[in-house]
Design a protein around this ligand. Sequence first.
Ligand SMILES: [Zn+2]
Ligand SMILES: [Zn+2]
Length: 643
Amino acid sequence: MAQQITAVLPDGSELELEYRSTVEDAAYEIGPGLGSDTVAGIVDGELVDKETPLTEDCEIEIVTEGSDEYLQVLRHTAAHVFAQALQRHYPEATLAIGPPTDDGFYYDITGPDLDEDDLETIEAEMAEIIEADYELERVLRSRKEAFEIYEDNPFKQDILDTEAADEEEVSFYIQDDWQDLCEGPHVESTGKIGAVDLMEISASYWRGDEDNETLTRVHGTAFESENDLEEFLENRRKAKERDHRKIGQEMDLFSVPEHSPGCAHFHPPGMTIRRQLEQFIRNKDDELGYDEVFTPELNKAKLWKPTGHYDAFKEEGEMFAWEQDDTEYGLKPMNCANHAYIYDQGQYSYRDLPVRFSEFGTIYRNEQSGELSGLLRVRGLTQDDGHAFIRRDQIETEITSTLEVIEEIYDLFDLEVLYKLETKGDDAVGSDEIWEEATSALRDSMEALGLEYDVEAGEAAFYGPKIGLDARDALGREWTIGTVQLDFNIPERLDLSYVGEDNEEHRPVMVHRALLGSFERFMGVITEHFNGNFPTWLAPEQVRILPVSDDNIPYAKQLKNRYLGEFRVEIEDRSWTVGKKIQQAHDDRVPYMLIIGDEEEASETVSVRDRFENQQKDIPIEEFQSHLKKETAEKRIEPDFLE
Ligand SMILES: [Zn+2]
Ligand SMILES: [Zn+2]
């Protein structure tokens, strides 16, 4: 009798299938409509061709044109279309690999020396291939046949010798008279591609290894429609314009000099913003009942051994560690162990919990130099870190109050938060019971607050379930920022305890949380999100006074000292025309300008101009002052005096 397979569907229901049924067969079992709409499948988390046979029990999801993954499939096909177009013009081009990426696809090649103009020629050829609407046909070929096809291609041979080493037969995708060794999946035909764009050329190495041959990487993207492509290109252009490194330089916020790779220097204007953020978070930590601590960056490496972090970080080469006087030292890669140490110095009863420590903890991780980028990919960062040691029955209240504050915070920055619940994976420590209890506490907290979230099954770190936070910015980009994570592992490994009502020793649960994540990354994100136009409460310079002539400078100073002493105010005292002074203040992204001439001086008023170029005369200074107090205290997102 044929063996049966159980496939678990996304809604948790189960499907009994015959051994070696394909993904498409499974879709037809679910319903004939779904069967005919099937483009590909996701089997145990992996995107696969719809003809893939199922050989063991699995989790399965059907990909149709409506699925999130469809674009990825479409872009893979676009990579093939690129390669075909390339080889029509440059038959000598050798193809390495061409996968889809987050925002498009690339193909690594050798042979022709391509420039921007060549990309246009290839793009035009791609348009013809799309227009011709060639069907993509999947065929299986023997290894021998495959080696014959690729007798002049060392990269495909390498793939046949490594990834495909155990395969008797390998799959090719054919379109028209062109083919590629490929696992797929692909869309039905080239005509499914609505729009393509070849974006740039860069260099890469075979297998990403500098010791291997240098390849040319052509980056492109593809969409279902011309409109989607236009929108994407527009956002890409905007993103380049508001690159935080560019704005950081224009506003003198920070620098990452060659002498400290991946470690940012905050200049006075940038530090002003950071201080506002620090103060803001300190207040939130007070509200949440955290006690601030300070722990050193330099520790003996043995500190991180019992927690398991030493192995995790050291092995990955992510920790800065060295021998000194026969002892191994390191810079802390996280604050958890130091906080757990402080907890362990105390003696707590069930009534004392939660015990909460917060710290603006500076940590170091040895990210690869090629990955470093401004404030967003760094080696040195300061987290707004916090650890709460709580009883099991306190999980839900603790998480709920933390999430409430997180919602409040991101609302102030006009950032939408996307929540992800990461659940138990295969390598989990701790009993099923505590995982279930903790996971449902996280779930209940989010549901009680009416938050929507995605479940990422099996994605949690081994030590406990986690709520991941992504912020969606003004350009629709998503950034991983804060986190709320439960931990059963460290308390166990470090033998942390508290005395329960029963006078027995009990194990606390540890909560790791960061509200903004790190000040570096958060600054990078909001600099781009606001395009440097920070809310008035954060702006390094909140008001600039523009005297019409040098004679008005004394009155300007008087206004500043008497009414605006608590704000960050500068006086433009260069002998420029008012027009030029206004232009400069706009360029410097100052939220408010106060223009004062003889008229204003005589009537003891000011002329207020904001960064949106609204302007109004005859404003009594007290009126502006009291508005500014309110606007900054309420942390409003835009200067709104003149609305
Ligand atoms: Zn392919
Ligand atoms: Zn931690």
